[in-house]
Design a binder for this molecule. Structure first.
Ligand code: NAD
Length: 223
């Protein structure tokens, strides 16, 4: 079966990475607009670098959980396209081929020459771009609010072609990802939400509970 799976912060919550909105729109005690917008970066780049350095360093102390591993197993049995809004690397570490629509903590980009470099190292306002050698032009390779998500053409093709669309651990608030389900409802494609609790999105079927329990159980029913 051709399946498109969209994951969000909820799938990594039980690995110890806090979600975006579960704490009233604060991400690790920061206002989202301060750490996830170009305006926030211009106002206080030092804070933004520190914030993403902490998130990147946290990756070394967290592990993929049973839900990440179950999706990697599903790929062996079905034609799965895994799209994540997450910026962590837990899907890859569980063995999944992953499309990161909101960027990745493990890469940086240069606002002068647009070069993207893979690195686990810290960045600061003093960082030097290894491509154009400008100083202070490096920013996190994260799609912030108001910016265009990555890989939209591929994602739209896969959505158009799929038989089942599954959303896991996402609040369904951030667009365009939040709009995928409506696109498919209109086409008559089967849609499934797996989340801690029911969201306001319009899925045909829902499975509710902790991802480490619900996702492996659902995957088992398909293989
Ligand atoms: P969100 O925080 O808005 O929503 C998380 C959803 O997951 C909620 O609906 C919540 O009920 C559910 N949830 C929480 N714990 C769960 C669990 N154990 N099992 C199942 N569901 C659970 O997250 P979102 O919709 O992904 O928000 C989008 C933005 O958050 C993304 O753009 C992403 O870049 C950013 N983000 C990413 C990470 C990460 O990479 N791990 C962490 C925080 C935020």
């Amino acid at each position: 079966m051709k399946i498109v799976i969209l994951t969000g912060a909820g799938i990594s919550a039980e690995s110890g990475i806090s979600t975006f909105r579960d704490a009233n729109g604060l991400w690790n005690n920061h206002k989202i607009e301060d750490v996830a917008s170009i305006g926030g970066f211009r106002r206080n780049p030092t804070l933004v670098h520190q914030f993403y350095n902490e998130r990147r360093n946290q990756l070394t102390s967290v592990e993929p959980n049973a839900a990440h591993y179950a999706l990697a197993e599903l790929e062996k049995h079905h034609e799965v396209t895994l799209v994540t809004q997450n910026v962590d690397d837990l899907h890859e570490r569980a063995g999944s081929k992953t499309i990161h629509m909101h960027g990745e903590l493990t890469s940086h980009k240069c606002i002068a020459c647009h070069d993207v470099s893979i690195s686990m190292g810290d960045t600061s306002t003093e960082s030097v771009c290894q491509s154009c050698f400008n100083v202070g032009t490096i920013r996190p390779d994260i799609v912030w609010f108001g910016e265009i998500p990555y890989h939209m053409e591929t994602i739209c093709e896969k959505l158009h072609d799929c038989e089942l669309f599954v959303s896991i651990g996402t609040s369904g608030i951030v667009y365009p990802a939040a709009g995928f389900v409506d696109l498919l409802q209109n086409k008559g494609t089967d849609t499934l939400e797996i989340n801690f609790e029911k969201t306001f999105s319009n899925f045909k079927v829902g499975i509710y509970g902790a991802a480490t329990i619900t996702v492996p159980k659902w995957v088992k029913s398909l293989i």
